[in-house]
Structures are given as structure tokens and as C-alpha cells.
Design a protein around this ligand. Structure first.
Ligand SMILES: [Zn+2]
Length: 439
């Protein structure tokens, strides 16, 4: 092949475009759904396929292992009662010649359920291509990114580039129900100088994600016949009072909290249940809500500080307790919040070389780049907060395309992601012998 290395790479990717689309069709063709919120799952077959591919690519080490709950149960974010029989993680290590920075690439192979399949225009696992888009469960979240990263690594090899740093490729299970797959990889000791996750960011570089709590509280009342309402206490009415209090807190957050990459923290009341019928003053009401929070914030003087998630919980509880104190009944029957799920937040320093290298490299590959934050939770928190690695999220497709009927991915974004990722890997881990690459 003639021309510069980058030109050779471009030519190779152009020649291989149809094969690369076929590869994603194969990945989507595997029904790798989690079942019962991850209690079990069907990731076994696709992981065999991916392990095979990584082996053919000459991985120096291939580690295929089922997550063991006993080994990860004490780590923050662990989700209990999931069975990993025939649901292995696949880790492939490609050793560099030495002297370069290492990169851990993380993608999940599981997908969420398909919902009402009669609403899909084509089968969720058939991956039909129509007018430049691929349709199917997992195209955006995140077999597109997972496949693209594998092909990026393959492209580097095919063009004949020998890398200096190690690349650790991890295809994990059970991300959609919490992240035990990645937790097991981190517990097993897989680390690198930087990590990339291919969740759908629309080819933006995301260096942070918000955290989220799920919580509930129960309000008790004094049930009586509706005709005697004044002699009872309606738990639904009292719950409304506290819901309004939560939204007052949310409003104060909207006015005081800010982050350069993330949209503001919110409180969303997502479920209420209570009462026994129209003719009865409600004796009980349960309110379930979600609290989104930042990894870092700015104080009134503009000084950045790291958010302590326990303080966020305390602030919400204190706010509700004070609201109860202003009400005679609630003062005697205060509510206690039960926090039943949490997803942490993470942030990589925006001037970290992983972030700046990715921005420079992707801009050169694609002509433009945007730095932003991921609105949803993802496995980045485990890599960043437990693995202590700098993390970026960079993938094709957008989050609003995920988890929906007719999930789709634009073919161009997928192809662009292969190109940008190949160039980013080269720029981050370097070329063997310290060869300067032509730009
Ligand atoms: Zn995902």
C-alpha cells in the first residue's frame, strides 16, 4: 500500500465498508437480551462469537470468565441475585511493543428487551438496512460501538501498524441491569492508563455522567369514611404536600447548581400509589422518585468541589423532614426516605491527556468534535471510581435512539466511529519504536 499511514487507513476502511456493516448485522443477529432485570441473560452465544473474532485477531491473552458474585458483592454498585451461568465476560489483551500508554476499551454485549415486537417495522434481531440506517435492538446501545471498536483494532493490524502500548478489550455482560460485568473485570484487576466506553454519544466525547438515586417514602394517614373527611387524615393529600416540597428543592437546584457538561440535576416523581377507594380517606400513600446529581459542582465563589453522594441524600431527607415539621400531622408522623438503588456519577479531569488526546484526534479524523457529558448512567463509574482510571465515553448513535421500538443507527456514524477510534487508539497508545506518525 502506498501513501501515509492515515491515508492507507482511510483506503482500507473505504474498501471494507460493506464487510464492516455485515459485521454489525451479525452482532445484532444474536439475541443477547438480559432476562428479569439481569437475573439471567442470553449473552453466551454473542460472547463466543466475539471471543472467536478477538482470538483470530491474534490476542496475546484471552480471558473468558463468568462473573462471580462472591468476589464482587462488597463493591459499590453491585446488584445481587444475578446468575452468570453461560454469561461470560470476554477480555482480550493485545500487547504493545512497550513504551506506550495503555488503553482499556469497554463495551457491553447485552441488550434490553424488545418491547412490543408488532410495533417494529422489521425484526429487532434481523438488522435491516434502510436508506442509510440500520434498524435493530442494540444497533445504537451498543453493538454499533462495540463492533466498531473491534474493527478499529483490526484495521490498525491490517494496515500493518504495530502499537507501542497495550490494548485491553473487554466485552462485558449484564450492563443494562446494573453493571456487574464491568465490576467483575475491575475486580479481576484489569487496568489501563485510560479507558473508553462506546455508549451512544453521537460521536461526541463525554467525560462525565450524572449519578441517580431511586428512592421512596410512605406517608400514613387516618382512614375514615369519606363523608367524615374532616375527622380523618388523607395520606394522599399529605403526599402531595411533600411532592411539592421535593419540587421546591428541585427548583432551588436548578437555580444554584451548574456543571460545564451536564444538564441540571432534577427530582422526578415517577410513581405514586395509595388509598383504598373513592369513599375512603386514604390511609397510606407511597411515593417513588428519582434524584439526579452531578459528580462535581461549583460553590457560590465558583470553586469546584466533588459532590459527596451521601450529602445529596441527606439534603433531600432534611428538606422533607423540615417540610413535615410545618404540618401538625406529619410532625407526629414524619417520613423516612428509603433509598433503594443508586448509580454513581463520574468525571474525568477535562484537561487530562486522555480527554485532550481524544478531542484532538477525533477532530482530525472527523473534522469536528464536541466535549459533553452523558445524561444516563453507564459502566464508566466502575472504571473511574473503583478502577481509578480516566474514562471517556465515545460511541456512534444517540441515547434517545436506545431502548426504543425501531432502535436504529446511522451507517455513516458507525463507519466514522471505526475511523475515529482507529486513529484515537494510534494517538493514545503510540506506534512501536516511537515512530512519529504523519498527520
Ligand atoms: Zn448501553
Amino acid at each position: 500500500m502506498g501513501g501515509s499511514i492515515r491515508q492507507q487507513m482511510d483506503q482500507y476502511l473505504t474498501d471494507k465498508k460493506d464487510d464492516h456493516v455485515d459485521f454489525l448485522k451479525q452482532l445484532v443477529g444474536f439475541d443477547s437480551r438480559i432476562i428479569n432485570d439481569g437475573a439471567t441473560g442470553k449473552e453466551g452465544e454473542i460472547q463466543k462469537f466475539i471471543a472467536n473474532k478477538l482470538s483470530e485477531m491474534g490476542a496475546d491473552e484471552l480471558d473468558i470468565f463468568e462473573p462471580e458474585n462472591d468476589r464482587i458483592k462488597d463493591l459499590p454498585g453491585f446488584n445481587p441475585n444475578h446468575d452468570y451461568t453461560d454469561r461470560p465476560n470476554v477480555v482480550a489483551v493485545f500487547r504493545g511493543s512497550g513504551g506506550g500508554r495503555s488503553l482499556l476499551i469497554n463495551g457491553h454485549c447485552d441488550v434490553v428487551d424488545t418491547g412490543n415486537e408488532s410495533l417494529w417495522t422489521s425484526g429487532p434481531f434481523s438488522c435491516e438496512e434502510r436508506e442509510g440506517y440500520l434498524f435493530g435492538r442494540g444497533t445504537a446501545d451498543m453493538k454499533g460501538g462495540l463492533g466498531a471498536a473491534i474493527l478499529a483494532l483490526e484495521a490498525i493490524q491490517k494496515v500493518g501498524i504495530k502499537l507501542a502500548g497495550d490494548v485491553i478489550f473487554t466485552s462485558v455482560v449484564d450492563e443494562e441491569a446494573g453493571g456487574n460485568g464491568t465490576l467483575a473485570c475491575v475486580e479481576r484487576g484489569y487496568r489501563a492508563d485510560g479507558a473508553m466506553i462506546m455508549e451512544p454519544t453521537g460521536l461526541e466525547v463525554h467525560a462525565a455522567n450524572r449519578g441517580a438515586f431511586l428512592a421512596e417514602f410512605k406517608v400514613v394517614g387516618r382512614p375514615v369514611h369519606a363523608s367524615l373527611k374532616g375527622f380523618g387524615v388523607n395520606a394522599i393529600d399529605k403526599a402531595f404536600k411533600l411532592i411539592n416540597a421535593l419540587y421546591e428543592l428541585e427548583k432551588s437546584w436548578l437555580l444554584t447548581k451548574r456543571h460545564p457538561l451536564l444538564s441540571n440535576p432534577t427530582i422526578n416523581v415517577g410513581q405514586i400509589s395509595g388509598g383504598d377507594g373513592a369513599s375512603i380517606v386514604a390511609g397510606e400513600c407511597t411515593v417513588r422518585f428519582d434524584v439526579e446529581f452531578f459528580p462535581r459542582e461549583y460553590d457560590v465563589d465558583g470553586q469546584e468541589f466533588v459532590v459527596d453522594k451521601n450529602q445529596v441524600k441527606q439534603e433531600v431527607q432534611d428538606w422533607l423532614t423540615r417540610s413535615c415539621e410545618g404540618d401538625e400531622w406529619l410532625c407526629e408522623h414524619p417520613v423516612q426516605i428509603h433509598w433503594y438503588q443508586d448509580t454513581s456519577a463520574f468525571q474525568t479531569d477535562l484537561d487530562h491527556p486522555l480527554v485532550t488526546t481524544a478531542l484532538d484526534s477525533i477532530k482530525r479524523s472527523l473534522g469536528k468534535v464536541t466535549l459533553s457529558g452523558f445524561p444516563a448512567g453507564c459502566d464508566g463509574v466502575y472504571l473511574a471510581n473503583i478502577g481509578r482510571m480516566p474514562v471517556i465515553i465515545f460511541g456512534p448513535g444517540r441515547i434517545h435512539q436506545a431502548h426504543t421500538v425501531n432502535e436504529y443507527l446511522e451507517v455513516k456514524q458507525y463507519i466514522d466511529h471505526i475511523k475515529a477510534t482507529a486513529n484515537f487508539i494510534i494517538d493514545w497508545v503510540g506506534i512501536a519504536g516511537g515512530v512519529e506518525i504523519d498527520q
